[in-house]
Design a protein around this ligand. Sequence first.
Ligand SMILES: NC(=O)c1ccc[n+]([C@@H]2O[C@H](COP(=O)([O-])OP(=O)(O)OC[C@H]3O[C@@H](n4cnc5c(N)ncnc54)[C@H](OP(=O)(O)O)[C@@H]3O)[C@@H](O)[C@H]2O)c1
Length: 372
Amino acid sequence: MKLNLSTENLARAVSPSPKTRSGSGSAMRHEPASAPVPDQGSTMKAIVQERYGAPQRVLKLEEIDRPSVGDDDVLIRVRATSVNTPDWITVAGVPYILRLKFGLRKPPTPVRGTDIAGVVEAVGKNVTDLQPGDEVFGSSWADTLATPGTFAEFTVAPASKLIKKPVRLTFEEAAASVMSGLTALIAIRDVGKVGPGTRVLINGASGGVGTLAVQIAKALGAEVTGVCSTRNLELVRSLGADHVIDYTEEDFTRGEQRYDVILDNVMNHPSSATAQVLTPNGMLIPNSIGNTGGFFAGLPRAARAAMMGRGSTDVQFVTCVVNRENLDALATLLESGDVNVVIDKVYPLSEAGNAVAHMLGHHAIGKVVITV
Ligand SMILES: NC(=O)c1ccc[n+]([C@@H]2O[C@H](COP(=O)([O-])OP(=O)(O)OC[C@H]3O[C@@H](n4cnc5c(N)ncnc54)[C@H](OP(=O)(O)O)[C@@H]3O)[C@@H](O)[C@H]2O)c1
């Protein structure tokens, strides 16, 4: 039995606690910056969430105070960000049980988003290796720490979660790569320990995590099978998948093939069924909070997968860890050209509601990006 994440932790992993860095819980409250910020006004345009609900209804473009910069932080002029599961979960307020943690009527902070690509505007006094004008990418994501949000003209992130943007990447590609790419990298490289010849199945191969996971597994020498719908078969093949399964035609859990590692980004089958197509020492990596709403959404299924991991099946969860080492590894893969970011659609900041709604449809092809 190998198990490293409780259901509660899984919920936290897919939907980090959205508190402000100052813990004020208010977008309008202005904390004095501990580092000098260029005098270009103290406010910014940002997408503000007033309550839970349909993205187009509850996300509004407003003028709010810029976030303050701590000693270890970097103030970034955001050029692009992307939409991830924690964003749509927090906007929609599903599964409802998460409202008990984040707030019954609305989340405690108003600005969503964690992926960042942009230009350094100012740095805290302890930051010595980044300076104004540097093009960077990274994240403000943390499972328990405060996040000021990136659906805005400016954001703040710890310098430890940023690196210089590879020149080869556009701001859109860099922003789109962060949470999905790190999740895919950690799942395939660290959790699955995928190497040459490993037989890997990726369910949800055409989504944000899936498109990157297929390519990372191939870059590590694996034999990859991607599961997606008919319209995405060619895309997944073009990303390097050796085999593709059209889930509208075939149920992979009933197939003859066996896999050493299954990364399940959809969890539309019971984990006990998915585990039936593992090799005897194979590993199941459940990686979805589920596409359904309701009180618990996919959490019971994740809990059952966790319970299964207490038996003879190797079940391992994945947590997105943002640090410079992981960002460097991701940047190296992206710079090499072995891994490319698939972008479905780019929205301007003012249409962030449409961008989040796009993700909520659960059929994005690769990533949904917001440019600022
Ligand atoms: N552990 C972590 O730290 C972490 C971080 C980020 C995300 N995640 C998890 O990773 C999962 C994937 O995220 P993502 O950003 O890749 O999501 P996404 O972009 O929305 O991916 C959706 C994928 O699901 C497939 N899909 C949708 N409905 C399906 C169905 N009924 N049957 C089979 N496949 C279906 C889609 O394929 P078609 O369009 O072809 O139908 C697409 O490939 C999420 O559930 C999220 O919770 C975890």
